[in-house]
Design a protein around this ligand. Sequence first.
Ligand code: MD3
Ligand code: FE
Length: 199
Amino acid sequence: TRLNLRGFDIRKGHLDGAAQQRLIDALRPVLKAAPLFHPSTASGRRMSVRMTSAGPLGWVSDGRGYRYQGAHPKGMPWPDIPQPILSIWHEVTGLDRDPDCCLINYYGEGARMGLHQDRDEADFSWPVVSISLGDDALFRIGNTSRGGKTESVWLNSGDVVIMGGPARLAYHGIDRIRFGSSRLLPKGGRINLTLRVAA
Ligand code: MD3
Ligand code: FE
């Protein structure tokens, strides 16, 4: 089913169980080559979500601020974005160009992501595509400026969300996950993939 919330195009159950498992299998070597790390905010606080990236550019955050860069914090190049992930981008966006970043967020027990905008990309006219895998997550959507009313929706494993147009600059975050609600990841938790054109 398809749901439109404030311009967020939410495809519930877009990926069946087999497709979800293929993505997890494709991510295993990526996580081995570019291990998850805890980014720290510019203010020096460690984020509860662990992250890594695939593609020419990856998103990092440390004492020097937020940015996209060509290498993992430990120095290795980011691995390529697996083909089954690129296929989903092309299927749902219809675009000719590939994303240059697949940001991989891992939510363990208690991890969350506060309301924020994604504004480190060069051109906000490209959409962002999000793929949810594993445990359920409570996704909150706000407005293009801070404050005002928000709306929440549960994202489940296999859901795909496309943010384009004005939704691209909306505040959003993950309030909490239901740890252990899915069997997809043997150790539990949630993986969110976001496909972006960063440069
Ligand atoms: C709306 N991730 O990585 S995905 C993020 O579930 C992020 O891990 C959340 O917010 C997660 O920045 C939410 C949905 C999402 C991702 C990117 C967006 C919504 C977005 C970029 C612009 C607008
Ligand atoms: Fe975001």
